[in-house]
Design a protein around this ligand. Sequence first.
Ligand code: ADP
Ligand code: MG
Length: 749
Amino acid sequence: MAQATTTNHRGTTTQNSAHGGQNRQRAIQHVQGREPVKSAIDYTKTSVAEVFGTNVFSRHTMRTLLPKAVYKELERCLEQGVGLQPHLADVVANAMKDWAIARGATHFTHWFHPMTGLTAEKHDSFLVSSGDDGAILEFSGKVLVQGEPDASSFPSGGIRSTFEARGYTGWDPTSPAFIMESINGKTLCIPTVFCAYSGHALDKKTPLLRSIDAVNKQGLRLLHLLGNTAAKRVTCTVGPEQEYFLIDESFYLLRPDLINCGRTLFGAKPPKGQEMEDHYWGSIRERVLSFMMDAEFELYKLGVPVKTRHNEVAPAQFEVAPVFESSNIATDHNMVLMEVFKKTAQKHGFRCLFHEKPFSGVNGSGKHNNWSLADDAGNNLLEPGTTPHENKQFLVVLTAVIRAVNKFGALLRTSIATAANDHRLGANEAPPAIMSIYLGDRLTHIVDSIITGTADSAIATKNIQIGVSTLPELPRDDSDRNRTSPFAFTGNKFEFRAVGSSQSIGWPNTVLNTIVADSLDHISTRIEEEIKGGKDLNVALQSVVKAVLTENDRVLFNGDNYSREWHEEAERRGLPNLRNTIEALPILNSADTQSLFEKFKVLSRDELLSRYNIMLESYCKTINVEALMTINIGTTMILPAALEYQGRLAASIVQTKNAISGLDLTPQEQMLREVAERVSKLKTNLDQLNAISHEVDEGDVDVLHHASFYQSKVLPAINAVRHVADELELMVDDSLWPLPKFREMLYIY
Ligand code: ADP
Ligand code: MG
């Protein structure tokens, strides 16, 4: 049958062929013809050290290029978080421009993180007219420090009315500028915040920076109280492990759902999934490794310290992890990493999928947000020490984190609430939506012994006297890991494991930092009160740590987070279980959350409300697009293939009956009946989804109500269509099936 181009009722054009299987065969041939692609680097000639950071206007570069006095002043501004004087900004801008132009940059852009969850850039050339038909290249301090993009199309959640649509971007000197390369040129990217003229944050970076500030203030206060007067700064450190899928582009282009929604809306589970456990840490195929090395090369130039690479659990799933950095830079670098991975994948004939659940029935992807605190000398505050002094700091900070996760567990869960992550959380592949902390047996015994005030027989140690006794050594080996915990202590840091793979880590870290700042504040205040009451520091510590642990230990859980028993137990303990985004997001609107963010000046009430609105709107939009795409593919690709097969079966039965009489064709008639019933069901379910999609009240001003409709009505209708379609996939003649199957996409590359 000939190719037919159909335009459906929503105006989308799809290439459709009754012999859909031919497209799949052609895609497979394409894959067969692919070769690993070489990258531009030869490490036998150039070492990683020589490449690393060459495209970054780093502190080191600034120190070499800037006049000494200017650099000193810049450093002072960075330390104190104050703005640079205009004439000094001019000097920095000029040095930055010369440096970038010398490396081939023709354009610059303020690079920011609007609340779309992506990054935004609008390029401007350095070019200005000299007035005599000539051209000069210019970049002033004013242009470096502030930009005024016409940014009216970015989500603002109601903060900014259209008449004052122009927000501004402001230079974030704490994250270095960098040069992005592409085939025909280079662009200088300057990390910036994005705010409305009223000062309201319209991005993900501004609240993150404010939360970092809050931790710094409260962290220093506590350290000084503990007698560590040398510390001048407390920073949050983050190392995000990033999971992703690689799919050959030939298959990807035949999947309109992957192209438009980032995930497959149809597809039966492959006969071989991940149950053989043969992919995790398996040897990396040449084509994939070539991609990884090429992407790493690009990232090295950008100063992104990628370190680890390996095959993940699901087929065609992989992971990359960097060396940890301060959380602002780690967040910027993670965005850069995703960008570079997507670009490089295409160069290698792949598409890189960051969606949390691209393939139903196989593991989804997450982003393990490793998090800790450090002082300005680089000492990790969650490193259990070998001296009573170090232990003191460790135990107090640990206690603060435990309280934070217990008191604000619901908020923490909300920080990872998206339509995409809903497919993954609690699905026996990722932690459930109940926030709890895994400490491991040893540390749990220590905490228990502090709470009960008794010696710990299990590890044969004496009664823990904070500030006086040392801790028994804590194990840090992998065997002690609990992969089911959403928030696990892994030796000297916490790993927040429920973060979604596609989301910016800016928001979860903003929340994490703020709730920890609150606990550091709470603990310092209590210690100060005890000391005022006449207690000695160590005695005060012992009693405050004991009290705070006792008040918050319900959040500690070392067992299997996937089990039903835990869900019951968590309910008995009163821990919130916000199963999906719609249950979670209202937490943002609660009085507790508002006063938390206001207290630490991280988000005003308006800014918080705008985020709540944007997240709900984004939820609605995601599911709306999925619904339309389900209708589109179901109607124009799957139904035609199934009808064709149904017709062939019917014709074959009639012809056979005509040819020979007396044959029992009941089994064949049964085949036909099973197909025909599902075809009818598919049509009915598509009609239902269509009807429900039209029931959505686009004018609904109650966003939560609007989003709830998507969750409770539209989503189940999408799933109902999928269910029948996936059954048909397992019945219909393979040569007619138009969509690349999971067994192909996940295994042929
Ligand atoms: P594993 O979790 O397998 O033990 P690593 O210890 O190397 O592996 O850490 C995994 C991730 O955690 C890496 O990205 C690493 O940089 C990061 N990480 C390590 N220490 C810290 C820390 N103190 N703060 C934040 N992230 C950290
Ligand atoms: Mg991992």
